[in-house]
Design a protein around this ligand. Structure first.
Ligand SMILES: *[C@@H]1O[C@H](CO)[C@@H](O)[C@H](O)[C@H]1NC(C)=O
Ligand SMILES: *[C@@H]1O[C@H](CO)[C@@H](O)[C@H](O)[C@H]1NC(C)=O
Ligand SMILES: *[C@@H]1O[C@H](CO)[C@@H](O)[C@H](O)[C@H]1NC(C)=O
Length: 398
């Protein structure tokens, strides 16, 4: 453009001044318009980092919305509208979409919020959250279906499974749509605890969840739902094992790099399979002190899943644990893993033994019900369990 102007300048000598003025102002106007249009164009096609983020956030990959209802629009206090569109109670109390687009950091932060007013301003069911930490599918799902049947409203289910696993569950299943945004878990590493925290955090988003039980794909219920529910909901204590194992599989797994945050004498062990209340679940997802230490120093493998929670309970002096796991396992064969139970091992007598244990303390009294769940059941045990459940465990068979 500069060159063009110069050309005009040089042509001044031979032409009159008026046409030159016109062409110069034309060029200026044209240049201005071109600049304006092109800057607008650039803005539209290349949004800034900020707008990009907003665009991305507002369209997460959500499941398709439920079809609109045909009832006439109401003007008065339509709370579902507020919950969906803006700041409203329902967004917190009854999250409509189970899936979310939060990263772990965002999820844990969101889940760590505690209302300071204790009394809830709405009616709510007290639910037990069943957290399934699995590698792939749930081979014993049909038994669990029988267990949950007819108890809708008293439980929530959350499944964490390998992200590469093709999770397909029929719409009629209680497990339908209950898979949370999951990540790869390598057994024995800290990624297992990441998954447990992810499960807890997802379940904490629902205020109705009052108790949180961790289960695996090889777990079975030993009693019917009402028994399990009332045992958990009515318990004045949480169920986390906390003990000091002086051997190589206990103290031997302590890493001195954990000092000074966690001293050798504070190191504890316990079963991974916990049942906790909201308060402790909240402490676990919001622990900014000890969890990062485990992340950094509990490696290569120090089996954080057996040590993190018991050690946290100990260093923070959390009392109020029944100091036992509710999940039965057969350790009689020795070794680092409990025995697997297949079709041929299952007998009525074995199940009775799990259900009717030795004396355990419950809310200050003694009970023979020490375990509500059992592991590790192989997939081939399913048919036998489904057949025995109505007679022995008082559920199913309808
Ligand atoms: C909890 O215990 C109380 C008193 O023993 C009982 O009335 C109530 O039904 C129990 N709640 C559940 C959910 O079982
Ligand atoms: C839990 O029980 C073990 C014995 O099994 C005991 O050594 C330990 O001190 C108990 N822990 C708590 C916190 O009561
Ligand atoms: C549990 O075991 C004890 C002792 O073996 C027995 O007396 C009791 O009847 C059993 N209870 C049930 C419900 O099976």
């Amino acid at each position: 453009m500069k060159k063009q102007l110069q050309d005009h300048k040089s042509s001044n000598h031979i032409s009159s001044r008026l046409p030159t003025l016109i062409s110069v102002s034309f060029l200026i106007t044209f240049g201005f318009c071109f600049g304006l249009v092109s800057s607008l164009y650039v803005r539209v096609s290349f949004p800034s980092a900020q707008t990009k983020q907003i665009l991305f956030r507002s369209s997460p990959p959500r499941p398709p919305p439920s079809p609109p209802t045909l009832s006439p629009p109401r003007v008065v206090q339509d709370r579902s509208f507020v919950g969906k569109q803006g700041i409203g109670q329902n967004g917190y109390v009854k999250p409509r979409n189970f899936m979310h687009d939060m990263e772990d950091e965002e999820l844990l932060w969101r889940a760590s919020m505690v209302p300071r007013i204790r009394k809830l301003p709405f009616k709510h069911a007290q639910k037990v959250a069943f957290l399934f930490l699995t590698r792939g599918n749930l081979p014993l799902a049909p038994l669990w279906e029988e267990f949950f049947k007819g108890n809708e409203g008293s439980y929530s289910i959350y499944v964490h499974t390998d992200p590469s696993f093709d999770w397909s569950v029929p719409k009629s299943s209680v497990f339908y749509g209950r898979r949370i945004p999951s990540q790869v878990v390598r057994w024995g590493t800290i990624s297992m605890l990441d998954a447990e925290r992810r499960l807890l955090a997802n379940a904490l988003l629902d205020f109705s969840n009052r108790r949180f039980v961790l289960l695996s794909e090889s777990c079975i219920p030993l009693f019917n739902f009402p028994t399990v529910y009332s045992y958990l909901i009515n318990s004045t204590e949480v169920f986390v094992e906390v003990y000091d194992d002086p051997g190589p599989n206990g103290r031997g797994r302590y890493k001195s790099t954990l000092k000074p945050g966690i001293e050798f004498k504070q190191w504890r062990k316990g079963s991974q399979w916990f049942a906790v209340d909201r308060g402790l679940a909240m402490e676990i997802v919001s622990d900014e002190k000890y969890f990062p230490l485990f992340q950094r120093y509990c490696r290569p493998s120090c089996l954080a899943d057996e040590h993190y929670l018991p050690t946290l309970m100990n260093v923070r002096s959390f009392w109020g644990t029944a100091n036992r796991s509710l999940t039965w396992a057969d350790w009689s064969k020795g070794g680092p893993h409990p025995a697997r139970i297949g079709r041929n091992e299952i007998t009525a007598e074995l199940l009775q033994r799990m259900r009717n244990g030795s004396a355990c303390s419950y809310n200050g009294r003694t009970t023979r019900i020490c375990y509500l769940f059992g592991r590790k059941f192989l997939p081939n045990s399913l048919n036998r369990l489904v057949r025995l459940a109505p007679k022995l465990m008082d559920f199913g068979g309808s």
